[in-house]
Write a protein that binds this ligand. Structure first.
Ligand code: PLP
Length: 389
């Protein structure tokens, strides 16, 4: 029988819904079940709840509530940003600039737009996984209509210079989109200062429910709706509102704003403790991503010669859940496009693990990993050496 995981270190894949969030969502399933578009009292009640949540989400980004569009996910927000901008701006130009390390929900819509005749430049990253804004500047052409670069990478955690990238976009009057799915609710975001026009969020990465997302769209940003067939969200995204989900997203955003500062500080401490412990007892081990400009809870390692899936199952047998690369590409334990872009070769990419720490991580969880993983790696190395003899 498979061992039950007791230590969850995969918060970048998803987070448990906060009980307080569940509490505020519950009435909107069966008691206050109205359709937010209906004009009677049931509908009005639902609409008020949606608008309250919009304010909660907007407040976490320092933006007016009218600039938040509710969607079904980070994936939908990213699809809307890419396809919606391309369609709305197609008479002005057909060129999109992005990075080589974007999440598939940005990368694949861009490939799709290429098939439709758009042109795209994929900017390489350095060995820390960082985009150089000057490379973006050099890639701009008179036909560029969109620059899309993620805030922090979901696999190896590097935080990108989005202020500088947005500034370049502004200088050239180009729409700038940032995938903030891994940072919204975890790092401070101030849209009143950031030169960014579109940003994607997802509730389930910040202790909210799955299946709810947000797209920040600065007033005046031209974006063609992708989901058609209704007037919801001011005609920017059709479909009946997921009222309980949206209410939960709002509450999760409110809780995040209260806890972010304290949580970031403790996550950084745990992250650094894990890095130190693994470095001490498990060499050779490579730590991926930027050493300082990285998500507070992310540790991404490659262990030369030791397959990620074997380390993963060894950890699972010890009750520890983490991920090999990115959970979004689980099943794809082979070399990852994103790790390749970071300069991690096919084999080494398959020797990688991602730990993502979160709100319920305790110091003893970290100590347990430091205890268990070096022993698993030693055993796998010994086995391999034995087989080679
Ligand atoms: N963008 C990034 C950076 C992500 O990490 C993810 C999910 O892991 C997504 C987008 C997709 O978000 P969702 O799961 O809400 O579709």
């Amino acid at each position: 029988m498979e061992a039950i995981n007791h230590i969850y270190l995969d918060y970048a894949a998803t987070t448990p819904v906060d009980p307080e969030v569940v509490g505020v969502m519950t009435p909107y399933f069966s008691s206050n079940f109205g359709n937010a578009s209906s004009l009677h009292s049931f509908g009005k009640e639902a609409k008020e709840a949606v608008e309250r949540a919009r304010m909660q989400v907007a407040s976490l980004t320092h933006s007016p509530a009218s600039e938040i569009i509710f969607t079904s996910s980070g994936t939908e927000s990213n699809n809307t940003a890419v396809k919606g901008t391309a369609l709305a701006m197609r008479r002005r130009g057909n060129h999109i600039i992005t990075s080589a390390i974007e999440h598939s929900s940005v990368f694949e819509p861009i490939l799709f737009m290429k098939e439709l005749g758009f042109d795209a430049t994929f900017i390489d990253v350095d060995h820390f996984g960082m985009v150089d804004p000057e490379d973006i500047r050099k890639a701009v052409t008179p036909k560029t209509i969109l620059i899309s670069v993620m805030h922090a990478n979901n696999e190896f955690g590097t935080i990108q210079p989005i202020f500088e990238i947005g500034t370049i976009a502004r200088e050239h009057d180009i729409c700038c989109h940032v995938d903030m799915v891994q940072t919204f609710g975890h790092l401070p975001i101030d849209m009143s200062r950031l030169p960014v026009d579109l940003a994607s969020f997802s509730a389930h990465k910040l202790y909210g429910p799955k299946g709810v997302g947000g797209l920040y769209a600065r007033t005046g940003t031209k974006i063609h709706p992708i989901i058609l067939g209704g007037h919801q969200e001011n005609g920017r995204r059709a479909s009946t509102h997921n009222v309980p989900g949206i209410v939960g997203f709002g509450k999760a955003a409110e809780i995040a704003s209260l806890r972010m500062h304290e949580e970031t500080a403790s996550l950084k401490k745990f992250r650094d403790r894990l890095i130190e412990g693994l470095y001490k007892d498990m060499r050779p081990v490579q730590f991926n991503g930027h050493p300082a400009k990285r998500l507070p809870g992310n540790v991404h390692i490659s262990v030369p010669g030791v397959p990620g899936d074997l380390m993963l199952s060894g950890l699972a047998q010890n009750g520890i859940a983490c991920s090999a690369g990115s959970a979004c590409s689980a099943g794809n334990t082979g070399s990852s496009r994103v790790l390749n872009a970071l300069g991690i070769s096919g084999d080494l990419a398959g020797n990688s693990l991602r730990f993502s720490l979160g709100r319920h991580t305790r110091p003893e969880d970290i100590d347990r990993v430091i205890d268990v993983l070096p022993a698993i790696v030693k055993e796998l190395r010994d086995k391999k050496q034995g087989a080679a003899k």
